[in-house]
Design a protein around this ligand. Structure first.
Ligand code: ADP
Ligand code: MG
Length: 463
């Protein structure tokens, strides 16, 4: 520990004392307890003083285990709800085998940030959230869940985990904006990209079990049940018959409402292509992505004075038999991969727990909003990059320098502002890529943008 570090730790303590964020109702370990019980060793950042809850060894040994790459198939492998008690336990144990490792990896990554960054009250709040969540899972460390009582308690722990991390992106964004002097933007983007991608999976794993638990419970007690699960197309958080057109329409209504409030005009949209397409996907992910892409398209449309031009959204389903549907060019390019994939399927006739009507969907969102200038284009995938300015509406908030618009966006309406956080495209892409899809932006500067969102649905399970 050098002098600078001790100085930082003093700063850290003064941050904590004045921070309105750090004392939520729950008892946190880590930095918060460091502030409550200052000790001579308090500056030793690498040893969060929570020996009764989490030891460094716990974190280190969990973080040294490899991360399991989550697939949509993992999430449906316990079957369609209502689950039997056995299936519910195996879902709980699968969840338990993944989450502590994932949380430990995040804790490790946060610890590896420059000390002054983790000392920021916002970032340290995030860090404490992870410590807290890991501490709630550790009692299950060497346990196998095999009775309903344990399963119910474990599901409550998961619900707490989801809630703890539910609204933390603005906190994280604010933290990194406040620290922008101490860490270079590329490092921030690298950290955020990894962190937010990991967060997508962690959240999904926890929510999946909670959902399976709830839909199995309500079946066991039909009086208390709120949803009929038997003929539902849902398996937990996955809708096996998700219709993108429906999501586009509901998100379109929502975003055009925001435009009405912000600009006084309601942009319109037209869906063409194959609007009846369905595929198996996570609706909340699609909702997030579509909302962000429509915000961008509508904003550009209105700001370039083209509000009368509808945004055209084309939905294309991938052909069911790739060999028939491929163009000659794609055939040349993908011949090998396509054939070996087909052979694998033929050799292992798939077990079909449900119909898989379309393996993948591409959605093109075409606006007449003038496109993206060459100076702006290289930055659009950076977290916090935005060309949106709301300064005239928030004249009081002009302290500091740099990206104040993003700070304003955070303090403002959050998810219901048209733009300004600069997270829409990079986080939307993280969601799309999570299960093998992607987002590509094609700008026709002076005219408009085409944004291609490609999503891989749940493929036919192997074996
Ligand atoms: P935000 O919308 O909060 O600014 P995004 O990540 O969604 O953040 O977008 C980053 C920037 O990319 C926007 O500020 C805008 O300059 C540009 N952009 C994105 N989509 C479009 C579009 N369809 N037309 C014109 N510019 C766009
Ligand atoms: Mg946006």
């Amino acid at each position: 520990p050098n002098a600078a570090m001790i100085r930082w730790s003093k700063q850290l303590r003064s941050c904590i004392d004045t921070s309105p964020f750090l004392y939520p109702s729950r008892a946190f370990s880590g930095i918060a307890s460091l502030a409550r019980h200052p000790s001579p060793a308090a500056h030793k950042w690498s040893h969060p003083p929570s020996p009764t809850v989490i030891s460094d060894d716990d974190v280190a040994s969990l973080a040294s285990k490899p991360l399991h790459v989550l697939s949509l198939a993992d999430l449906v492998k316990h079957g369609r709800p209502p689950l039997s008690a056995q299936a519910l336990f195996s879902s709980a144990n699968f969840t338990l085998s993944l989450l502590p490792i994932r949380l430990a990896h995040r804790i490790q990554a946060l610890r590896n940030l420059p000390f002054i960054v983790v000392s920021n009250p916002n970032i340290s709040k995030i860090y404490n959230n992870y410590l807290h969540s890991l501490s709630t899972l550790l009692p299950y460390k060497s346990k196998t869940i095999s009775n309903l009582e344990d399963e119910i308690r474990f599901t409550e722990v998961l619900a707490d985990l989801v809630e703890t991390h539910a609204h933390t992106i603005p906190t994280l964004a604010r933290g990194f904006l406040e620290c922008r002097k101490y860490i270079n933007p590329a490092e921030v983007t690298r950290f955020l990209d990894e962190h937010l991608r990991a967060r997508i999976g962690t959240r999904l794993i926890a929510e999946q079990h909670i959902d399976l638990h709830n839909s199995s419970q309500s079946h066991q007690h039909p009086d208390s049940g709120t949803q009929a699960t038997d003929d539902s197309s849902y398996i937990g958080v996955i809708d096996t018959a998700l219709q993108p057109a429906q999501i586009i329409n509901s998100c379109g209504n929502f975003v055009s409402e925001i435009c009405e409030l912000k600009y006084g005009v309601r942009p319109t949209w037209i869906i063409d292509g194959e609007p009846s397409t369905t595929f198996a996907y996570v609706p909340v992910h699609l909702e997030y992505i579509i909302t962000e892409l429509l915000k961008n398209a509508f904003r550009a449309t209105v700001e370039s004075g083209k509000s009368h031009e509808p945004v055209i959204i084309t939905i294309a389903a991938e052909p069911e038999n790739p060999r028939e549907g491929l163009s000659q060019l794609d055939k040349d390019r993908k011949l090998d991969g396509g054939l070996s994939r087909t052979r694998e399927v033929e050799e292992n006739p798939p077990i079909k727990p449900f119909d898989d009507p379309a393996p993948g969907v591409t959605i093109r969102i075409r606006d007449r909003g003038g496109g993206i200038s060459p100076e702006v284009l290289p930055n659009i995938w950076s977290y916090s990059f935005t060309t949106f300015s709301d300064a005239d509406e928030l004249p009081g908030q002009t302290h500091g320098s740099g990206n104040m618009d993003a700070l304003n966006a955070i303090s403002g309406a959050g998810g219901s502002s048209i733009a300004g956080l600069g997270y829409g495209l990079p986080l939307g892409r993280a969601y799309a890529e999570y299960f093998g899809g992607g987002i590509a932006v094609q700008s026709l500067y002076g005219w408009g943008c085409d944004v291609y969102l490609r999503l891989k649905g749940l493929g036919k399970p192997k074996g």
